[in-house]
Design a protein around this ligand. Sequence first.
Ligand code: HEC
Length: 246
Amino acid sequence: MKNRLVVVVFLSLFSAVSWASSDGVVLEHMEPNLADKASLQKGAKTYLNYCFGCHSTKYARYERIADDLQIPHELFMENLVFSDAKIGELMDIAMPAKSAKSWFGATPPDLTLVTRLRGVDWLYSYLKGFYQDESRPWGVNNKIFPDVGMPHVLHELQGIQVKDCGDAQSETDHDACTDLKLIEGSGTLSAEEYDQVAFDLVNFLHYMGDPSREYREALGVKVLIFIFIFFIFAWFLNREFWKDIH
Ligand code: HEC
């Protein structure tokens, strides 16, 4: 009985945390890969080209990212940074929060820690969740973040998605439906290519939320190996000490 209770509690926690957003929309799962430097580099490029105009990542410095992602400083500054910022500066942007609020109805939040706050599955699903909705100021809505104030900035790449509600008759059924269909050929990328762009971008923002994660995990393994080898010596030494006493 007790065991069953534990299993139920565990499963309900698991499903709430990793598969569903707060309003019950099912999230798409993605597994970040910090060892894939090419993916992180492509994610940084997409981020700096498409997101950084509105969002800041002001707890990070350009230099750290260039170094961690193994991009030479000069190449990084020439091709990815479009302001006269210096490499040692924090990644703040010039857009004043007040005007942003009047333009978009909400201030674009800083994205340094967004994957820590929302989770990678949420962000991945969000980037794939924009669909056409003429009633919204930017002509798009988002199934993960209803009535979002952000335009679909990657629509050129992905194309246009529309609600695909089949036989939903009533208006409430239609509103509740979250199935989306991509209009073939409306974007410059195929569905798989867009998924890859979204993956790389989320992978990069996952790195950004905890830049030392890879180093820390690698160090953790080395420390465990050290403790294991040390244990062998300690065990023999211990045996040596006690030998004469017994
Ligand atoms: C034209 C300006 C603009 C651009 C470019 C832009 N965003 Fe946004 N973004 C916003 C605004 C405004 C909001 C706030 C929306 C709201 O609260 O309704 C927002 C919200 C978000 C949120 C939700 C954050 C939260 O926790 O509430 C995420 C995630 C996000 N943006 C990611 C991105 C990514 C990734 C890109 C690049 C692909 C991007 N944005 C490009 C304006 C922008």
